[in-house]
Design a protein around this ligand. Structure first.
Ligand SMILES: Cc1cc2nc3c(=O)[nH]c(=O)nc-3n(C[C@H](O)[C@H](O)[C@H](O)COP(=O)(O)O)c2cc1C
Length: 299
């Protein structure tokens, strides 16, 4: 069970909770190789980690082979157990630089980058990618990764141009799994027991969860153990832990805005909480939001 990399979401407090609630491995948010070398302060805040995290995977992105290789020596990557290369991000500002999923349009370049990183990285290397940029080339891409010496791959069953539309293509994930010997992590649309079992049916070696964990870091335990339960008081205790860890690491002013989205996701389990949600969405005090959440979860 693996927590997906989610830029702007999978902060150290969130990764702590997901690990505490059953994630065996956690990905960092994607880290720019160029920024790690030229402006490490800008990246440092994303590389904080918790002792609760088990296998820590640092995800890097870039398009310049030399810079990507150089970045492996950055002290910011020293605590990660595995280095993952992002070849799946569909965000326009990443793709226009030839990074993320744009590398799936140029398999020769992708191969060269992966080979160089595998050669220079003293730790295991993995690659996370989609089915392709605008068409499904996933089996060829997976085989190329395997031939380059990658330790495992993660496949999100959509093309880049699909973004998040439509449904994850489980058949394509099953084909990728059958086409290589290295472990394959399946990713896309796992949000409940049914979608989790459907993903396992593709025969993948591990399941990655992204959006399904937002507001529900306990989803990992819930999916693997039908008898595992969490009550609202425990959920609120977890939310307080999330805040406590972030307060140890970040400034209150930045956090106040940052935490709003997490707080709103946490309220999703209360469909009739629109008044509280409206107050949290505009709250300029974390403590005030926590009081509102306490009222909701513990009354
Ligand atoms: C807010 C957000 C940020 C993301 N950031 C990254 C990222 O930094 N690196 C990456 O490889 N994928 C990123 N993704 C993609 C997820 O890791 C995952 O592949 C995708 O959400 C599909 O999985 P899901 O259906 O479980 O959410 C992001 C997704 C979301 C929703």
């Amino acid at each position: 069970m693996i927590l997906a990399p989610m830029a702007g979401v999978s902060d150290v407090g969130f990764r702590h909770l997901c690990s505490y609630y059953g994630a065996d491995a956690t990905f960092s948010e994607m880290l720019s190789c160029r920024a790690m070398l030229n402006n490490p302060k800008k990246t440092e805040f994303m590389t904080k980690f918790s002792s609760e995290e088990k296998i820590k995977i640092g995800q890097i992105f870039g398009h310049e082979e030399e810079i990507m290789v150089k970045s492996l020596k950055s002290p910011l990557l020293s605590h990660y157990d595995i280095i993952d290369i992002n070849m799946g991000c569909p965000a326009p500002k990443i793709v226009k630089n030839g990074e993320g999923s744009a590398l799936m349009k140029d398999i020769i370049k992708a191969e060269s980058i992966i080979k160089s990183i595998v050669k220079s990285n003293p730790k295991p290397t993995s690659v996370k990618f989609r089915l392709g940029y605008d068409k499904d080339i996933s089996c060829d891409f997976a085989k190329m990764c395997e031939e380059c010496g990658v330790s495992f791959i993660t496949i999100h069953g959509r093309t880049s141009v699909q973004g998040y539309s439509g449904k994850v293509n489980l058949e394509a994930i099953a084909k990728v799994k059958a086409s290589v010997k290295i472990p394959v992590i399946g990713n896309g649309d796992v949000v409940d027991k049914t979608s989790y079992l459907n993903m396992l049916n593709t025969n993948v070696d591990g399941v990655m969860i992204g959006r399904g964990s937002q507001g529900r870091p306990w989803i990992f335990n819930q999916l693997v153990d039908d008898n595992w339960e969490i009550n609202n008081y425990e959920k609120f205790t977890a939310i307080k832990k999330h805040v406590e860890i972030l307060r140890q690491n970040y400034e209150e002013k930045w956090l106040t805005l940052y935490l709003r989205k997490h707080f709103l996701w946490y309220t999703n389990c209360f469909p009739n909480a629109s008044k509280v949600r409206a107050e949290i969405a505009t709250s300029s005090s974390i403590d005030k939001s926590l009081l509102l959440l306490e009222e909701l979860f513990c009354k």
